[in-house]
Design a protein around this ligand. Structure first.
Ligand code: ACM
Ligand code: ZN
Length: 559
């Protein structure tokens, strides 16, 4: 049955038809596969396709990587070493191909047809084929996600015809690695989990007051000094993390080789990494290393106890811009994506008001307010990024004092409506739906300490990224949605998983699935199965959803 049909029957049941119908409906829907995120169109057919040791994966050149990926994913759990070949297809094959000329197949879209004699995935592009393969993995028994071989399972999948494409081009997850450092292997695990949910944008919050996490060759002190602090901070148990250097300092950073490795790893999963280099505020870690770039000359510290806090670059000093352009040049060498995130949130203007250089800049440029100076700062950086063929994206506040010409806005505290209506692209991350650092229960006694707030699963699911009052002609400027995980109180990767899942499953569906097809009860039904996949993957997701009184089921300490 198509999800459209199931929805219309829900409508009939809602009109008071016999409960018998509801029972049949339940039986019917429970047979539709537990796909997360829900595909655009799904039609059940008769029969099953059974994977066998001799099943071949037949690929064209553009699908070879996905063919290899699929074979590898199937190998651990099934024990079958399926050959990946570029021969003519025969009966019993899994066939992968890119067919951009096929009507209705756009970017990231795919058709997946499973019948007893074959499995065929046609993608609008190679990403589409990859997403088709992700769906295929969710059609076979959940044990396919286990890292070890499970014996005695019939590796069958139901016959289906699926046509699928994402609702939004930007389906994101942001991880703050400044407040706590997560290592290369942990980042890769997160990317794997994103790919499973058809998320395609990893927003990597690489710098903030408490840590600078990316090696910059021209400015070695950024990591020698800025990547470390004396202690774990945030009143946390020092044992809650393993991120200590050989000298006992707390923190860490990614070398440029690490970054290249992770960017390549993400690319293979069709994930673009958007690096965030915070400016002009949230810059204490950079200023701890180079205090001369501040208005006051410092001192600054990555430890909450020391120095002036929080740090802001001096907007009157040309050396600031010289420094940032050099940093961004190295960043752009490492990250090939279109967008560079420059932060721009929560900029205290006080030091600018008391600084001779900043005041001289305001006079020379005819700027009347701190907000206008902030806008000058962002526009100047934007010009530089644009000159290198990149686009600037920044938090809501970059609109203050006038938005730079081509900039995109990441809305966390508003501004989407205004920015989109003025023709700017917007990524939606409002705190009410997208802040995964918030509690998952109102009963804080059963939850690990969090920064505050309350964001249960059903609230994430209820998010529609398109502002209700936005006129139709501007809606295409809402390019997507993203979950943000700030990590002040999230010191270990286990804890990251606990905060991210299963809420990220809901966010994946917000970003991918047609709004009119989404239904929370049906999501919960599919999620129950999906959580068994997360179990097999060893993900430390929050259990007991959505009961606010569910007991704490996890041990978070020790990373
Ligand atoms: C933010 O949460 N300060 C963007
Ligand atoms: Zn200044």
């Amino acid at each position: 049955m198509t999800s459209k049909v199931s929805r219309s029957i829900v409508g009939l049941a809602g009109l008071g038809l016999a409960s018998l119908l509801a029972v049949e409906l339940f039986a019917g829907t429970s047979k539709t596969p537990a796909l997360v995120p829900l595909p655009q169109k799904l039609e059940m057919r008769k029969g099953t396709f059974v994977l066998r040791p001799k099943t071949r994966i037949v690929v064209d050149a553009a699908s070879r990587d996905t063919g290899d990926y699929l074979a590898q994913r199937l190998r651990h759990s099934t024990g079958f070493a399926l050959p990946v070949v570029s021969d003519a297809k025969t009966k019993g094959d899994i066939v992968l191909g890119v067919a951009p000329q096929r009507a209705g197949l756009g970017e990231e879209s795919y058709d997946l047809s499973v019948s007893p004699g074959s499995v065929v995935i046609e993608g609008g592009d190679s990403a589409g084929v990859f997403y088709g393969a992700q769906t295929l993995l969710q059609l076979v028994p959940v044990e396919v996600f286990s890292s070890t071989m499970t014996k005695g399972i019939k590796w069958s999948m139901p016959s289906v015809a699926i046509h699928d494409q994402p609702r939004f081009a930007w389906r994101g997850f942001m991880l703050d690695v400044s407040r706590h450092f997560f290592n290369k292997s942990e980042i890769k695990q997160m990317l794997d989990l994103m790919a499973l949910h058809k998320l395609n944008t990893f927003h990597w919050h690489l710098t903030d007051d408490q840590g600078w996490r990316i090696e910059i060759k021209k400015y070695p002190r950024l990591t020698e000094v800025g990547a470390w602090r004396k202690s774990i901070g945030f009143k946390l148990d020092p044992k809650a993390s393993r991120a200590y250097g050989p000298d006992g300092r707390y923190g860490g950073y990614y070398t440029q080789d690490d970054i290249r490795e992770i960017v390549a790893y993400a690319k293979a999963l069709h994930i673009t990494i958007v690096p965030e280099i915070e400016m002009p505020g949230h810059s204490s870690a950079a200023l701890a290393a180079y205090p001369e770039l501040s208005c006051t000359g410092g001192p600054f510290s990555t430890d909450m106890s020391g120095g002036v806090f929080p740090g802001v670059y001096c907007a009157g000093n040309d050396e600031t811009f010289n420094f940032l352009e050099n940093v961004l040049s190295e960043v752009m060498e490492l990250f090939p994506g279109k967008y560079i995130h420059i932060g721009g949130d929560e900029v205290p203007k006080q030091s600018w008001m008391n600084c001779e250089k900043c005041q001289a800049r305001m006079k020379a440029e005819g700027l009347k307010t701190g907000r206008e100076l902030e806008s000058y700062f962002v526009r100047r950086i934007e010009k530089f990024l644009n000159s290198r063929g990149r686009r600037l994206i920044g938090w809501s506040e970059i609109r203050e004092g006038g938005l730079a010409q081509n900039a995109a806005v990441m809305d966390w505290i508003g501004g989407a409506f205004e920015a989109a209506s003025a023709g700017h692209d917007v990524v939606m991350t409002p705190t009410a739906y997208c802040y995964f650092d918030h509690y998952q229960s109102t009963n804080h006694a059963t939850e690990p300490h969090a920064i505050g707030g309350f964001l249960p699963l059903n609230q994430v699911y209820a998010f529609d990224p398109i502002p209700a009052d936005l006129e139709a002609q501007y809606r295409s400027h809402i390019i997507g949605a993203q979950a943000n995980l700030w990590t002040e109180y999230v010191p270990s990767f286990k804890h990251v998983q606990y905060m991210a899942f299963p809420r990220l499953c809901a966010m994946a569906e917000v970003g991918w699935s047609p709004q009119q097809e989404r239904n929370y009860d049906d999501f919960r039904r599919r999620l129950a199965v999906h959580c068994r996949r997360l179990d097999d993957l060893g993900v430390n997701y929050r259990k007991g959803i959505p009961d606010a009184n569910a007991p704490k089921t996890i041990q978070l300490s020790g990373g």
